[in-house]
Design a binder for this molecule. Structure first.
Ligand code: PGA
Length: 247
């Protein structure tokens, strides 16, 4: 298969300049890991983090679909790229919930990311009510169909499965449930993207920690993780980079 694992961190609305010391610590401890490493800090830190990072690549947490214009408070993929980003998260569940982003919005943002030369990390995942109702596969299948544009390839796109109920809660699906979902996503992408489906990296996200990363990264069709809380400190994220390197 040859898919290189990706350890991705999402700092969310956390991090001021002093936090760049965490990146320096990661660079010192893991100068050449056998995986790709991405951190998505607040936009204010992108340019400084890109200057400090070498192994650690830097991404945005969201982008507007347009390249520029009268959109106060938003940021475009082109502006992220200019600041030093090489990727951007699109459709994180917190954006979908807090800002009402639809699959169509996420689809347009992914295309905007490519337009600027960024990798789109497209996030999907069901809520607790949807899983309890037995609808997890249906929901994620619908999100993939709506959010992943036709032009997606293994080079320009990563897909992250993040069950909403596992984010920031310490709850994690069983390894069997993760395998079922990731195998399902690969099969859905095989139908929608027959030329590229085997190249996409499929990340698991939701309460990934150093203590559970290795077993999760060993699951079928899991090509790394998207990590929130445990990406903020080098001591924790280092353990996740180590697990991705060895997995
Ligand atoms: P968490 O967040 O690792 O803190 O659960 C994951 C995410 O929202 O990307």
């Amino acid at each position: 298969m040859g898919r290189r694992k990706l350890a991705a961190g999402n700092w969310k609305m956390n991090g001021v300049k002093a936090a760049l010391a965490e990146i320096e610590a990661l660079e010192a401890a893991y100068p050449a890991p056998d995986c790709d490493v991405l951190i998505c800090p607040p936009a204010t830190l992108i340019s400084a983090m890109a200057a400090v990072g070498n192994t650690v690549k830097v991404g945005g947490q969201d982008c507007h679909a347009n390249a520029s214009g009268a959109h106060t408070g938003d940021i475009s993929a082109e502006i992220l790229a200019d600041a030093g980003a090489s990727a951007v998260l699109v459709g994180h569940s917190e954006r979908r919930a807090d800002h009402g982003e639809s699959d169509a919005d996420v689809n347009a943002k992914a295309e905007a990311a490519w337009r600027a030369g960024l990798i789109a990390v497209i996030c999907v995942g069901e809520t607790e009510a949807e899983r309890t109702a037995g609808k997890a596969l249906d929901i994620v299948g619908g999100q993939l169909a709506g959010s992943v544009p036709a032009g997606a390839t293994g080079e320009n796109t990563v897909v992250a499965y993040e069950p909403v109920w596992a984010i920031g809660t310490g709850l994690v699906p069983t390894l069997e449930d993760i395998a079922e979902m990731h195998d399902f996503m690969r099969a859905e992408l095989a139908k929608s993207h027959p030329a590229a489906f085997d190249d996409f990296r499929l990340l698991y996200g939701g309460s990934v920690k150093p203590s559970n990363a290795a077993e999760i990264f060993a699951v079928s069709n899991v090509d790394g993780g998207l990590v929130g809380g445990a990406s903020l400190k080098a001591a924790d994220f280092g353990g996740i980079i180590k697990a991705a390197s060895e997995g």
